[in-house]
Every structure is written in structure tokens, then in C-alpha cells.
Design a protein around this ligand. Structure first.
Ligand code: BGC
Length: 404
């Protein structure tokens, strides 16, 4: 029998911009319109329907739920903070609490206020300071009701998409700028971590638990050729561990939040920085099943990474893990096999204390629009009707019993 530890956090995750709808003050909103992409528009209308969505969460036996706060709602103009929007998030969190669901709250999930981006965004040397003012306002308002915080979601994904590949706003392709953003995000995290702890102390509240959500990937050399092994090692170090290492060196993680989806099969054409950083096998070697975006499904990679993460001696929460697919049986298969590997890692001593599926519902998948279906719950974008998928029910049983 596969049985998970007592008090395990079970649930799902969303982010504000992807589900709320109508986030007109965010830089993404402006960018979508400018590049004529599928627009996020009303998204899932979760901003209005959160109560009924949380009823579904409850009916699926989740005891935890990850949301994010939309910075551009809270601070639509520089230095002008909205009490009304803060109250909205207080209501959202209280409605989770009323259902006995532990909120896990992210402060930055890819989007920024338009004014912040215009002023240089995360490249600007004042970025961390500006972000901190927003954190101060939000954390003071929510501290009484929240224990778990994620300061920044996936700095490595944000940096690589927005500043290296140039496929997300502000569409930069500059290693130099990417490095600056990394430094600024690290500083922002460190300062936010300390600020959150300080606020809880002043309020005499029980200690908060603060982390980032780190995207990690299984980098697997396609062949044993030296350049493939070397590149896989480099990517593993830079992409998976460098930000975490730094945050830990500054003693600014109370737990490790990780987001795991897929494998990258590393096959390097030539020695050279670009090839070492990005080349992948294009010949279909070592085939595995894929999600609808073509990402490899590779649950054993999570097991291996968890054993490495164990060395940090901090509790680990899987803050995202999920699949986009039209085939709901494949979704359950994906969840089942990832949970199995997580359990194996727990048996080997990896202190995993929670699992959040990405995502509670189908939503706006950034530059890919509404096509990819990651949800435990299906969204009909014409009627906004919610339909619980079978995979959600199966996962709900695990959440209820702790038994896979
Ligand atoms: C992000 C989510 C995204 C998901 C699927 C993660 O990288 O945090 O916002 O929707 O992956 O691509």
C-alpha cells in the first residue's frame, strides 16, 4: 500500500492572471493586445466565481490551495495601493479558511504592473525596493490569515522566457539583462523573506513559512558523449539549483517549493555556449509519452531530483506538477506516476510535505492561450461552466485517504 505521511498538504494551484480575468493594469494585458495573441480577457472569471470554485475544491477533499496576488490590481499606479483590491484577497483567503483549506499565497507570478515595466521592470536597480513596498502592504493586510508564502514564482522560467528567449514581455534577448534580473529577483526574495518574518514577529503571530517556487527539470544526456553529460550537468546546476543555492546561503527558505513538469533530453551539436545551454535531441531518441504541448512525461526525474533536494534538509512542497492534455486518463496516469515517485523519494528520506496539482482548472496558458488544458476542472469558455473531470475525482480520493 502506498500511504503518504499524516498532515500532508493536498491541493491544486492557480495564478491570478491566468484565472481571474480582466487584469487590465498588468504588463501582460498590454503585451497580448500589442502582439495580437489570444487575449486573457475574462480568463475563467475566477475573480467573481471564487466561492463556487472553492466549493469544488472542498468537494475534492483538498486541504491546501495555492493562489497568487495580482500586483497590478493592488498597486495600479506607482505608490497608490488599493484597499478595495486588498480586501478582495482577504475575502478570497477567508473563504478558503472557512472551508478549512490552507492558503499558500504567491506574491509574484510572472506579471507586473504596467508602470513598473515601463520604468524598466526587473532590470531597474530599484526593482527589489519597489517590489518590497508592495509586499509590505499585502503581507500586513493578509498576515493574520496566511502561513505559507511564495515570494516569486519560477524566477528561472520568467528570466529565460522574458530575457533570454524573448518570447514573453518585455521580449529581451540579452544574457546581461538576464543576469541583472536574476540578481534583482534574488535580492527581492531575500528582502521579502526578511520582511515577512519581521511583520509576523511584530504581530506576535506564529512563524510564517516562506519560499520561492523553483521550476526544476530532469536534464538527461541523450548519449554518454562528454559534451552531452557536461551540458546536462551545467543546466542542472544553473537552471535547477543556482537560485535555490543562493537563497539557502542567505538562509531565506523555510521550505523548498518546487514545480516539476518534464524532462529535457540533452544532445549538444557543438562545444559553444549557446549549444551547451539549449540544444536538445531532435531525433526522437528514448521516446516517452508527451503532453499536448509536446513536453516529455518523465515521473522518475522527479524522484531523482527529490533525492538531490533532500541534501538541503528542508521540508519540500511540490507547489506545481501537472499535464495539459485532452486525454483525461493520461492526466490521471500522470498524477498517479508522479505521486508514486514522490512516495518512493519520501521512503528514501526526502521530506516532502505537500503536493499541489497544476492546475485546479483549465486556464490562460500565457503565450499559448487557452488551448492547453491543465485543469482538474474543465472550463467552457463560452458559458464559464465548470465540469469536474474524472482525474480530479480520483485525485480527490487520494487527498481524502492519503492512500494511492
Ligand atoms: C507556471 C504556470 C504555468 C505552468 C504550465 C509553470 O511554469 O508557474 O504559470 O501555467 O507552468 O506551463
Amino acid at each position: 500500500m502506498i500511504k503518504f505521511p499524516q498532515n500532508f498538504l493536498w491541493g491544486a494551484a492557480t495564478s491570478a492572471y491566468q484565472v481571474e480575468g480582466n487584469n487590465t493594469n498588468a504588463d501582460w494585458w498590454q503585451w497580448e493586445k500589442a502582439v495580437h495573441r489570444e487575449n486573457s480577457g475574462m480568463a475563467c472569471r475566477h475573480y467573481e466565481f471564487y466561492e463556487q470554485d472553492f466549493d469544488l475544491v472542498k468537494s475534492l477533499n483538498h486541504n491546501a490551495h495555492r493562489i497568487s496576488i495580482e500586483w497590478s490590481r493592488i498597486e495600479p499606479e506607482e505608490g497608490k495601493f488599493s484597499q478595495g483590491e486588498l480586501q478582495h484577497y482577504v475575502d478570497v483567503i477567508l473563504s478558503l479558511r472557512a472551508r478549512n483549506i490552507e492558503p499558500i499565497v504567491t506574491l509574484h507570478h510572472f506579471t507586473n504592473p504596467i508602470w513598473f515595466s515601463k520604468a524598466g521592470g526587473w532590470v531597474d536597480r530599484r526593482a527589489a525596493e519597489i517590489f518590497l513596498r508592495y509586499c509590505d502592504f499585502v503581507v500586513n493586510g493578509l498576515a493574520k490569515h496566511v502561513r505559507y508564502w511564495i515570494t516569486i514564482n519560477e524566477p528561472n522560467v520568467y528570466i529565460s522566457h522574458a530575457y533570454i528567449l524573448g518570447v514573453w514581455p518585455p521580449e529581451m534577448k540579452s544574457y546581461l539583462k538576464a543576469k541583472t534580473v536574476e540578481n534583482n529577483m534574488l535580492l527581492a526574495h531575500i528582502k521579502a523573506f526578511r520582511l515577512i518574518h519581521k511583520i509576523y514577529k511584530e504581530l506576535n503571530s506564529p512563524k510564517p513559512r516562506v519560499s520561492i517556487a523553483q521550476n526544476i527539470m530532469a536534464f538527461v544526456p541523450c548519449t554518454q558523449a562528454l559534451k552531452n553529460r557536461f551540458a546536462a550537468m551545467l543546466r542542472n546546476r544553473w537552471y535547477n539549483f543556482s537560485f535555490l543555492d543562493k537563497a539557502i546561503r542567505h538562509k531565506t527558505l523555510d521550505f523548498i517549493g518546487i514545480n516539476y513538469y518534464s524532462r529535457q533530453l540533452v544532445e549538444v551539436k557543438r562545444w559553444g555556449i549557446n549549444s551547451l545551454a539549449a540544444d536538445v535531441c531532435e531525433k526522437g531518441h528514448h521516446p516517452v509519452r508527451k503532453n499536448s504541448l509536446g513536453w516529455d512525461i518523465y515521473p522518475e526525474g522527479l524522484y531523482e531530483l527529490l533525492l538531490k533536494l533532500k541534501n538541503y534538509r528542508l521540508p519540500i512542497i511540490i507547489t506545481e506538477n501537472g499535464i495539459c492534455t485532452q486525454d483525461d486518463r493520461l492526466r490521471w496516469d500522470y498524477i498517479y506516476n508522479h505521486l508514486k515517485n514522490i512516495h518512493l523519494a519520501i521512503e528514501k528520506g526526502a521530506p516532502v510535505t505537500g503536493y499541489l496539482y497544476w492546475s485546479l482548472m483549465d486556464n490562460f496558458e500565457w503565450d499559448k492561450g487557452f488551448g492547453p488544458r491543465f485543469g482538474l476542472i474543465d472550463i467552457d469558455y463560452n458559458s464559464y461552466k465548470r465540469t469536474v473531470r474524472e482525474s480530479a475525482r480520483l485525485f480527490g480520493e487520494v487527498c481524502k485517504t492519503g492512500i494511492l
